[in-house]
Design a protein around this ligand. Structure first.
Ligand SMILES: [Zn+2]
Length: 80
C-alpha cells in the first residue's frame, strides 16, 4: 500500500506503508472511490501557510466503508 506524503520542504512523495487496521471501537476503514483536491492543500504547497513536519496528503474523498468497529453506529461496511 502507498500513501502520498507532503514533505517538510512541501514536495510530494509516494511512500510504501503498512495496510491500515482498526485500532479503536469507533474506527472505520474506508476505500476511496472518488477524490478531489482541497484549496487548503494547494495553498499550503504554494507556501501560503507556515511549513510543518511531513504529513499525509489529501482528505477530500467519497469512500466505501470496508470495515467498522463495534462502536460505529452511523455506518456499516458496504455489501459487495
Ligand atoms: Zn479540505
Amino acid at each position: 500500500m502507498r500513501q502520498l506524503m507532503v514533505l517538510s520542504d512541501r514536495r510530494l512523495e509516494w511512500r510504501e506503508t503498512v495496510a491500515p487496521k482498526l485500532l479503536h471501537a469507533t474506527d472505520a476503514l474506508v476505500r476511496p472511490v472518488a477524490l478531489s483536491i482541497c484549496d487548503a492543500d494547494t495553498a499550503y504547497l504554494r507556501g501560503a501557510f507556515p511549513a510543518r513536519d511531513e504529513f499525509c496528503f489529501g482528505h477530500e474523498f467519497v469512500a466505501d466503508v470496508i470495515e467498522a468497529g463495534d462502536g460505529v453506529t452511523a455506518f456499516a461496511p458496504a455489501i459487495a
